[in-house]
Structures are given as structure tokens and as C-alpha cells.
Design a protein. Sequence first.
Length: 291
Amino acid sequence: MVAALINGKEVSISIREELKQGVTELRNQGVIPGLAVVLVGEDSASRTYVNSKHKACNELGMYSEVIELEDTISEDELLTIVKRLNDDQQIHGILVQLPLPEHISETKVIETISPLKDVDGFHPINIGRMMTNQDALLPCTPFGILKLIENINIPINGKHVVVIGRSNIVGKPVGQLFLNENATVTYTHSHTTDLKNITKQADILIVAIGVAKLITTDFVKEGAIVIDVGMNRDENGKLCGDVDFENVKNIAGYITPVPGGVGPMTITMLLHNTLKAASQIEHKYNLSMKL
């Protein structure tokens, strides 16, 4: 048995076509969804990611603004820029690219972004709404993973989902999203004992630990769905995930490749959140005008 490939590029293209229609509908109402991305410093990986977001926005007909700042900028100066964007009616989504320089508190920056414009889905209000299964702007990578599973038409209800990793960006929220879909969720991490015994029980195994090819066939139940969130370089400098793809594909039922799996979905769900934020903000604005 060789696992079926979950192609994130194809799923992403399909979703973006739907988003393009939504953008067109808003533009016909005189509203252009706007995303502002703030980049602090010269990190090459962050710059590449920001450029991809900017290009994707333009392709969908959204307005995109990239604000590039020196890594010497003070925390107060950055917070002032975020507050200005909160008040900017042309901007519906704000994303401050992480990581930030050590002298700037990521927590303060995230909490300063308006929850209505928090298209990364990191603000405590949006996280709280997600935890209580209310409507919210959801974290992009976990949201993208959920969409990938939905795309292969396998019911999530009642499935055992095991998450390896407990970051605030992927591990914790992705588990909560699947719990909201009535899965049974187990979190594992660096302090988990007998990890293999737990992961081999997973119907859906989500790996987000940042260690190249750590997860081998020993960790995977036959026929399981394996979602690889990792983005690493192997000994030859080639992009690879946290899962030993070439071996695990021979035991899994479904598997995501790296690259081309989860990655394309992250930017796509950012675009989804920007369109959603634009729709909600404009609806709220129109209601207040009528009052």
C-alpha cells in the first residue's frame, strides 16, 4: 500500500478561486479587501514569505501594503504603527511577521492588533472564541490543515487525532479545531513518555515539531492520515518535513508532501481571513452608519 497524496497546492488553488469570487462581490459594492503586512528586519525567510503574501493578494484583486521596518525600531514605534493600521479604513487585515527582534514583545504586538483585523488568528479574543467554538478569525496553518482533511471527504467525527507539538501557532490551536469537530484529541510533546505508543493509535497524526524526518514508520498506524507541518533542510540541503516521507508513505493511508502540502494552505487561509474580516468590518460599519 502506498499512501494517497494530499496535494495542498491543488486544494489551495480551488479555495482561491472561491475567494476571488468573494473579492469580486465586495469590489462591486465598492469595498476592496486590504491586507497590511509589517516586516521588521532583514530575515530572508520572512521576506520570501511576505512577498508570497503580497503576490497572492494582488492575484485575487485585494489591496496589499507591505511596511518594511529596521530591526532597530522601538517597541513603542511599532505599536504606534499597528494602532494607525487599526484605524485605517483601507486596511481590513493586519499581520506582523514573526519572529520579532528580542527587544519587542510579540505578546504586546499581537494584543495591540484589533481582533477584527487579526488575520493571523493569534489575538487572545480570537483564540478564546475558537476555544469556545464561536465564530472567529482562525490561525491560518491549523485552519488550512482542517481544510485539507475536509477535502479528502473523511469524517472527522469520532476520529482519534494525535498532535505532536504544542506551539501557540500550530500545535495547540490545531488540536482545538479538531476537538470542535468532535474528534478525540491527544497532545504530545518533548516531555511525553512512550511517544510511539501514543502516535500509533492516531487515525490522524499531525506533526509540528521542527525536526527533519524524525517521524518514521515506527510512529504511524497503518492507514493513518499523516499531516506534516515541518519545513526543514536535510543533510543535502533539500527541503523536507518532520516526517520521513519516503518510508511513511508505504504505511500511511494519506500523507502530505513537503513542500506542496500544508505550506500553500497557510497563505490561502490568510487570504480567506482577510476577505472575511473585510466583509465583517464593512457590515459593522454600514450598520453603525444606519444607526
